[in-house]
Design a protein around this ligand. Structure first.
Ligand SMILES: Nc1ncnc2c1ncn2[C@@H]1O[C@H](COP(=O)(O)OP(=O)(O)O)[C@@H](O)[C@H]1O
Ligand SMILES: [Mg+2]
Length: 332
């Protein structure tokens, strides 16, 4: 089996936001990962840990108050290097995104079909009749009858609008699809259908088009159902990454272990997990491990030394001192 080169590689990505009152917030801190064609990676972590900022940076869609460093390599080419000039030819056509809340973002006075066709028209890939037949094909692909293209958003259920948002992101046959909380706010049945759709797209399109999916969610069990890889973010960093089942069965960071064990709170606000405490502020320097105040396994070095990236098992990395034998093994 020959290893395919990664379709997407993110290298030491950092994002800072200028704050209105002066100072800055370090939202993404040294994020590095790569994915091969057809991979499905879950990007997980509580609210505010930098998931959305990471994928917006990959799309070149951050606001002007953001500064970015690092590389985003698409088939080996750094698309961030020249700003808008190097990224715009690839945005939507090679790397595409379903925004958080996309199903509520359709323009109410335009048909679903016209809105799905927009990225194709933008990239000059189809117009008129060819665009209409491509829209019908895309709707069928996401499980909606093609003849519903001329309906308006209010004629679609939430689940159908979310499918339509996915169809729109797929319009130009991208290689990489970034989906930001695509099932949040949908009921459990519809959520399962959307997740199933993402799996089928990456396995069927994975053959011909190499669709690689990054699924952003605060819901680790969702990722466990759908993804073959997971990256757990905390305080702007990827604190653990590897194969889904390796992380599930052998978490190497206490945060991942606690995320798996966490249950949604009883009030039904599933953004609130039962890990006591809150993530640290990102607008000031973090000394030691960012997770230390909430960690049930913290020990001496955690309050002073920030953990670097370690790979305790091949292909499975974590930023946690527990993986450093020189710290955890008692001298004999
Ligand atoms: N436009 C912005 N200006 C300033 N801070 C921002 C902006 N967008 C996000 N942030 C901050 O960056 C951090 C990461 O946010 P975000 O990427 O949205 O997290 P997530 O998607 O994981 O919930 C948070 O502290 C958030 O408040
Ligand atoms: Mg987000």
């Amino acid at each position: 089996m020959s290893a395919r080169p990664p379709v997407i590689r993110v290298e030491d990505l950092n994002v800072w936001f200028d704050l209105p009152g002066g100072g800055e917030l370090h939202a993404v801190q040294g994020v590095t990962f790569e994915l091969r064609a057809g991979a499905r990676m879950g990007l997980v972590g509580e609210s505010g840990c930098g998931k959305t900022t990471t994928i917006l940076a990959m799309m070149g869609l951050l606001p002007a108050t953001a500064s970015v460093s690092g590389k985003v390599l698409l088939d080996g080419e750094d698309i961030l290097v020249g700003g808008e000039e190097t990224i715009s030819p690839h945005r939507w056509s090679d790397i595409s995104m379903v925004f958080q809340g996309a199903m509520n973002a359709f323009n109410p006075v335009r048909t679903i079909g016209a809105q799905i066709a927009e990225p194709m028209v933008l990239h000059g890939m189809a117009t008129g009749k060819s665009a209409r037949s491509r829209v019908a094909e895309l709707l069928e692909l996401v499980g909606i009858a093609g003849d519903r293209a001329n309906r308006y958003p209010h004629e679609f259920s939430g689940g159908m609008r979310q499918r339509a948002a996915i169809a729109m992101a797929l319009a130009c046959s991208p290689k990489v699809l970034l989906a930001d909380e695509p099932t949040t706010a949908l009921d459990v049945m519809v959520q399962a259908q959307i997740l199933e759709l993402l799996v089928s797209l990456s396995t069927t399109l994975g053959q011909e088009l190499g669709l690689t999916v990054i699924l952003v969610t605060h819901d680790l069990p969702v990722v466990a159902q759908v993804c073959d890889r997971a990256a757990v973010m905390y305080a702007g960093e990827i604190v653990e990454m590897g194969g889904m089942s390796e992380i599930y069965h052998d978490p190497r960071h206490p945060y991942s272990r606690m995320l798996f064990a966490a249950t949604p709170d009883l009030l039904g606000d599933d953004e609130v997990l039962s890990i006591p405490g809150a993530p640290p502020r990102l607008d000031r320097e973090i000394v030691g491990c960012p997770f230390r105040p909430r960690c049930d396994s913290a020990f001496e070095p955690c309050s002073t030394v920030r953990p670097g990236r370690r790979e305790p098992v091949a292909g499975h990395e974590a930023r946690c001192h527990l993986n450093d034998p020189s710290l955890t093994e008692l001298p004999s």
